[in-house]
Structure formats: structure tokens, C-alpha cells
Ligand binder design. Structure first.
Ligand code: ZN
Length: 200
């Protein structure tokens, strides 16, 4: 009995050695090309490199590209490699494009130059906390508010200009503009300041 099982063991070793001689050169030729031979098992969902312990019960040789196309994933124990180039008829392995991350400061960048003598964001926020609350961190939004509502409501946008003072000190403008408050802002910005009129 002992000699018979000994012979059987030797036979297993010889066969294993022969198999690895046949397999190893194939493996080393193309480490991660689609032609690489990998092994599937009857029940598993992974493909394996030769000699993996998961292949004890069954090993079905196939190519790497067929294994990937068949939905098999690389074994985490033997690291059989993955495709370096996706074959044309294969699952798309290219990674998705990186999401576009918008720079919040860029989004909020707003051109207020030219408006400097009637609008300053920090001043407008500080003197109009109700508006500031609606546009936290939104430079474009609060500037838009100033242009579309703030001036109509006579809100002060900077230290340099106060619409009610400007109106009461400039009777000629009051005669022309009346209650149309934005016109006083625009007048100061476009000509009043240059004419030497005081903004407040
Ligand atoms: Zn494996």
C-alpha cells in the first residue's frame, strides 16, 4: 500500500511539473494582453493565474479577453492581471472622464468695476443684512439684486454715494428724474462724479 501511494504521489508531481513547464512560458510571454491564458472554475466568478489555490477542484483555461468579456473579474488571491487594452468587441474598460469641478470663486466672480463709486459688495452686505441673508457667498446674485431692486429701493451700495442726499442736493436732477431712483445712481456713476458733484 505504501509503495503504491508513493508511486501515485510521484506521478502527480511529474504531471504537475510537466503542466507548469507547458504553462509558464505562455504566461510570461504576454503578461496582460488579451491572449494571456487564465483559468476559470466551474462555479466561481473570478479568473485565475496558473497555480492559484482556487483551481484545485476545476480549472478551465481561457484567454484573458474572453474571461473579461464573460464578466469574470480578476481573483484577489492570485492577481492574474487585467487587460491593458480593451479589445474592440469587449466591455468598455476606459475610466469615466473626471467630473468637472467648478471653482466656486470663479462662478461667483462678478465684474463690478465701473460701479465702484456706487456699489461695493462688502458695504452693501453690511448695510443691507436682509439682502445679505438671501445671497450668502453669491457675489453675482447680490450684485444683481443691487441693480434690479436695490437702486429702486434707494439702498445704499457704498460709502461714497447716498441716493437721498444726492437727490436733495441736486435740484436739477430731481426736476428731471423725480422718483426714478436708479437714474440718480446712474447719473452719479456716468457724469455726476466727473462733474464734481458730491455723492452724499
Ligand atoms: Zn486565483
Amino acid at each position: 500500500m505504501e509503495t503504491r501511494s508513493g508511486k501515485r504521489l510521484i506521478a502527480v508531481y511529474v504531471i504537475t511539473a510537466l503542466l507548469s513547464l507547458m504553462i509558464i512560458p505562455t504566461m510570461s510571454v504576454s503578461a496582460a494582453s488579451g491572449d494571456t491564458i487564465v483559468y476559470l472554475t466551474k462555479t466561481g466568478s473570478c479568473y485565475h493565474a496558473s497555480g492559484c489555490s482556487s483551481l484545485r477542484k476545476s480549472q478551465i483555461p481561457t484567454t484573458l479577453s474572453d474571461a473579461v468579456a464573460g464578466g469574470y473579474s480578476p481573483c484577489s488571491k492570485c492577481h492574474p492581471g487585467s487587460l491593458d487594452v480593451a479589445p474592440t468587441n469587449n466591455v468598455q474598460t476606459a475610466s469615466a472622464p473626471a467630473p468637472v469641478v467648478q471653482n466656486p470663486t470663479a462662478v461667483n466672480q462678478v465684474k463690478t468695476s465701473g460701479w465702484d463709486c456706487i456699489y461695493n459688495e462688502a458695504y452693501y452686505r453690511a448695510s443691507n443684512p436682509d439682502v445679505d441673508k438671501v445671497y450668502p457667498g453669491d457675489s453675482a446674485g447680490i450684485f444683481e439684486h443691487f441693480k434690479t431692486s436695490g437702486m429702486k429701493e434707494g439702498r445704499r451700495g457704498c460709502d461714497e454715494f447716498d441716493v437721498s442726499s444726492y437727490r436733495s442736493k441736486n435740484a436739477d436732477l430731481n426736476a428731471t428724474f423725480g422718483d426714478d431712483l436708479p437714474k440718480y445712481y446712474y447719473h452719479y456713476m456716468q457724469s455726476g462724479k466727473a462733474e464734481g458733484r458730491s455723492g452724499k
